[in-house]
Design a protein. Structure first.
Length: 584
């Protein structure tokens, strides 16, 4: 009782919350009377239906209005309703001409002609009685009480009159909405005479076009046939078994007949032609209608909290008419998984809380759903007892630890940017010890290992991250505490080459500059010596010119003096030039 009261409370909370929820158009509330017109004093029924438009709903409420001067509401029948929770009995007021109802269900249901309730009227006054609804709400079973009502279809019933406007909502007729509804046509002609009995009629029902299918919508059943030119009579019969009992002979010839709105169940429409020879063979047309969803059910699971990653769920229910077709299973909103069984083993689920939702369909397309929360517990997190923290390029990483006995260890390696660069699976022994050598050659950089446990059922643990593993350049030369790899040696080589080239360049520049300096000095001094020599020669020439008369008297001593000076100057030049050449 406590669970029942809780469900009722939740349902009607959702109904009232729906007034404030954002409206999402989907469901249609409508009336479905058993006929168009009735005589005064006649008792008849009108169904209140809802077309959920493939949206799962869990509650509906409305105020039905009818003309109290024409109709009297005798009783309300909820026995075949898709809703099994009622806040209170529907409230009838013939004085005000109203019926107020609030119904719900703990399980979401969906269908094209879901039964809400059946109203039994008595026709007491002549006229056209219009049935309408107000203050109507249809809530989705989405946990938020969303109002999904998109339309209300009214209807009219004639009492003591021949014809009224009658527009029950066609849930999903077989014909397209763009095509007009086919009506039987009257045949007026003189039949021809033939020599054989007529063939069985070829029957066609646009609203239910496939005899092998179950349907979950209701509407006026119009049966059509082709009328051969020799036919003079047509006999029809509607029954729930293909019998050969006497049917109804039609007074006039038509290319079809309306059988009104059929209730749920399996129906057989029979037709037979007669010509001048006699009655021909029977033709049967089967119509299967089921508008009720399967019975509500509860999902059962072998363990709601367990470390078993593949729990088994069961969802057994029944459908009295069309039978159970299949189920769709959604896990955490993903799927679906289709099954024709009443139980299923779920695929492997990760640790954490999950929701499973099961929708069971009958062969007519009606459905009911239920959901369940369950939790998968993780395995113990593995430990890392040893790890090679620093290696050189090309070296191997060794790692070991403890985990579940006879299990698996999933090892993943990530680089500094978080990208997975390696994955490997190791196994543990009977004591839970595990170890592995990662043989991949990693480039220089920093890496992190992620380790998680797994058993043979597929159960997993949360992962643990290792300390950073540093991969350095490969060591080629070791000097004291300094380890040199190829990269370091390459850099040192480049520096040495640069140093030698720089030294040679500086030496070349120094020598060149020195030679240039010597050359400048030598040229300067040579110029000086040459100048002195030139001056001595000029002096000699001047003396010769001035001393022509006395040349003979004084020629010898002065000539000797100038010559001696010339020789001295030339000697100095020779000595200097040799010294300078030796320097260069």
């Amino acid at each position: 009782m406590k669970k029942l009261n809780k469900n009722i409370f939740i349902i009607f909370c959702l109904i009232f919350l729906s007034f404030f929820a954002v409206k999402a158009e989907a469901a249609v509330l409508y009336f479905l009377p058993e006929a168009k017109t009735f005589d005064i004093g006649k008792e008849f029924s009108v169904d209140v239906k809802v077309n959920s438009e493939e949206v799962f709903i869990n509650a509906a409420q409305a105020t039905v209005k009818f003309p109290s001067d024409i109709l009297e509401l005798l009783e309300v029948d909820k026995s075949n309703s898709a809703f099994n929770f009622w806040m209170e009995e529907p409230i009838i007021s013939n004085e005000e001409g109203t019926l107020v109802f609030i119904g719900g269900t703990a399980k979401g249901v969906a269908g094209e002609a879901l039964q809400v309730l059946k109203m039994k009227f008595k026709a007491k006054g002549m006229g056209s009685a219009e049935l309408t609804m107000s203050s109507a709400v249809v809530t989705a079973s989405d946990g938020q009480g969303t109002n999904v009502l998109s339309a209300i279809e009214k209807t009219s019933i004639g009492v003591g009159i021949d014809e009224v406007d009658f527009e029950p909502v066609p849930d999903k007729p077989a014909e397209s909405d763009d095509k007009p509804v086919e009506e039987p046509e009257k045949v007026e002609r003189k039949p021809i005479l033939v020599g054989d009995l007529p063939e069985a009629p070829k029957l066609r029902v646009p609203l239910y076009p496939d005899e092998s299918q179950w349907y979950n919508h209701l509407g006026e059943v119009i049966v059509l046939w082709e009328m051969p030119p020799d036919i003079i009579k047509v006999e029809t019969k509607l029954s729930q078994a293909p019998d050969k009992k006497l049917g109804n002979t039609e007074k006039e010839l038509f290319t079809g007949k309306s059988f009104g709105i059929l209730e749920e169940g399996i129906w057989y429409i029979r037709a037979q032609f007669k010509n001048n020879i006699g009655w021909g063979k029977y033709a049967y047309y089967k119509i299967s209608i089921d508008t009720m969803p399967p019975l509500p059910f509860e999902i059962e699971i072998d363990n709601e909290v367990s470390d078993n990653p593949t729990p088994k769920i069961s969802y057994e229910t029944q459908d009295s008419l069309s039978g159970i077709s299949h189920a769709l299973v959604f896990i955490d909103g993903k799927g679906p998984i289709e099954s024709t069984e009443t139980s299923i083993v779920l695929p492997i689920q990760p640790p954490g809380k999950h929701t499973v939702l099961v929708r069971v369909f009958d062969f007519a397309g009606n459905s009911v759903e239920d959901d369940l929360e369950f939790e998968i517990l993780p395995l113990p997190i593995p430990t890392i007892t040893f790890l090679t923290k620093t290696i050189s390029e090309g070296d191997l990483i060794f790692i070991s630890g403890k985990t579940v006995p006879n299990g698996f260890v999933d090892i993943k390696v990530f680089n500094k940017t978080g990208q997975e660069v390696f994955a490997e699976v190791s196994t543990s022994d009977g004591l839970g010890n595990w170890q592995t050598i990662i043989e991949k050659r990693f480039a220089k950089g920093e890496y992190t290992l992620s380790v998680s446990a797994r058993d043979n059922r597929g159960a997993v643990s949360y992962s643990i991250s290792s300390q950073v593993v540093r991969v350095k350049a490969k060591i080629i030369l070791s000097i004291g505490f300094i380890d040199l790899g190829w990269f370091e040696i390459f850099i040192i080589g480049i520096l040495l080459v640069a140093f030698v080239v720089s030294a040679l360049a500086w030496y070349y520049i120094a020598v060149k500059r020195k030679r240039e300096a010597y050359r400048v000095v030598a040229v300067r001094d040579i110029d000086k010596l040459t100048k002195l020599l030139a001056e001595d020669l000029e002096g000699l020439e001047s003396w010769v010119q001035k001393s022509k008369d006395n040349l003979k008297k004084r020629a010898k001593p002065e000539m000797e003096f100038y010559l001696k000076s010339l020789h001295s100057t030339v000697g100095k030049m020779k000595k200097y030039l040799r010294q300078e050449l030796n320097k260069l």
